[in-house]
Design a protein around this ligand. Structure first.
Ligand code: FE2
Length: 410
């Protein structure tokens, strides 16, 4: 049923499209069904990609997709389900994608094509072992503009990089104040309409997301494993997502045992090993070190983790490489792991009305010599892997200024 419609409606729409321009970006020309959450991309793994979006009605979902420049379309049917916010969730997984290829796609419901005037697209995951790709990382994002946050600026900034990003990591505290499903559209998704339909994201829980996550966070995202902590391979890198809950970690002992096992599994590979979690270990920001994060340092050292990304402190801070004891390593002696706080996604202020409160002060830090670079500004981190090199660029969201640049070599 859906399949026949999917073939017919695009032809009709192509003929009618000029007249759809006044329909606005959220309404289909063919149906009264409204898209209330733009498509967003998840689980960009192996040869697949999952597309999700939310509508006010509808009982069938489908996606037509093709490699850019190809003539023939493929079709995939999906599922619809009710959500806890009265919207309808549409979920379609696309498979057998060509590694690294750029695709365009269209979304359908039982009454026809949705968003016919919007050109949607993504880049399929690169092949295992492929060593050139880019991603972004940023946390502490989803406070609505009317609440004093600036996720709008982050969305705008990222939208100018979508063509050069394979995926993104959201480093927790994704939706304030309590990560409730009913706040996701207002505090987050509406600001990323030019980002999430094009760049898949992997997320982790922050303390603000940690209020009944099974009833909220886990219903909003599609993640690997148990969705609290998981790992995935992308190109020549292995990523590990952890759930640091309120700093005390979700199911700490089991999670740490899993972390050890997961890192042991990739011990023999030359892959980049990148950990992301919400809370900071050692830091010269206004946040103290979370001991449960510091307790992982020996594991990071033992298994050769290269990079640790976190949010939580609302600022940007890159540390000098540390060993398992949290000591800064001397150049040439040991490799160490580089730890970076990127909690600068949209809620810079600490308390009160001063947006620049809690400026880091490395000169008076309890860990002398720890900080390599910092910027107390709204910023995201762009990471470019090219073989043995990982280059990072911290870019401000309000004016796209580069505030840090670094390279890690394996
Ligand atoms: Fe936090």
């Amino acid at each position: 049923m859906l399949s026949k419609r999917m073939l017919v409606y695009p032809v009709l729409c192509a003929a009618l499209c000029w007249s759809c321009m006044s329909c606005g970006p959220e309404r289909s020309s063919m149906t009264d069904i409204q898209v209330l959450r733009m498509p967003y991309l998840q689980t960009a793994l192996a040869d697949s990609m999952t597309v999700l979006w939310r509508t006010d009605a509808g009982t069938e979902s489908g996606v037509r997709f093709r490699k850019k420049g190809a003539l023939a379309w493929s079709e995939a049917e999906g599922v619809v389900r009710a959500t806890n916010t009265s919207l309808i969730e549409n979920e379609v997984t696309l498979v057998k994608l060509e590694p690294g290829a750029r695709y365009e796609y269209e979304i359908f419901t039982d009454e026809g094509q949705l968003l016919p005037e919007t050109s949607l697209g993504f880049r399929a995951p690169v092949a295992a072992g492929y060593s050139v790709f880019s991603f972004f990382a940023v946390g502490d994002i989803g406070e609505a503009v009317e609440g004093g946050g600036t996720p709008d600026k982050l969305g705008e900034a990222l939208s100018s990089y979508v063509d050069s990003l394979n995926f993104g990591l959201l480093l927790g505290d994704i939706v304030y104040p309590e990560g409730k499903s009913e706040d996701y559209d207002n505090n987050l998704f509406r600001y990323f309409r030019e980002v999430f339909p094009y760049v898949p994201v992997f997320t982790i829980l922050g303390n603000h997301d940690w209020h009944e996550p099974e009833a909220n966070y886990i219903k909003e995202w599609k993640l690997p494993g148990n969705e609290h902590y998981y790992s995935f391979d992308y190109g020549n890198a292995h990523f590990i997502a952890l759930d640091s809950k309120n700093g005390d970690f979700y199911d700490y002992e089991r999670q740490v045992a899993w972390l050890e096992e997961d890192l042991s599994r990739v011990a023999g590979t030359e892959n980049w090993k990148i950990v992301f979690l919400h809370h900071n270990g050692r830091s010269c920001t206004y946040k103290d070190a979370y001991e449960n994060v510091v307790s992982l340092y020996p594991i990071f050292e033992k298994h050769g983790v290269h990079l640790v990304l976190n949010g939580h402190a609302h600022t940007y801070e890159r540390l000098n490489p540390m060993n398992g004891q949290g000591e800064v390593v001397r150049e040439g002696e040991q490799k160490g792991f580089t730890s970076i706080t990127v909690g600068s996604g949209g809620k810079l202020r600490g308390v009160g009305t001063d947006p620049k409160a809690f400026t880091p002060d490395p000169d008076n830090c309890r860990y002398p010599g720890l900080v390599a670079a910092y910027a107390h500004d709204w910023a995201f981190l762009k990471l470019d892997i090219s073989g043995e090199s990982l280059r990072g660029t911290a870019i401000t969201t309000h004016d796209l200024k580069v505030v840090d640049r670094f390279e890690i070599r394996k």
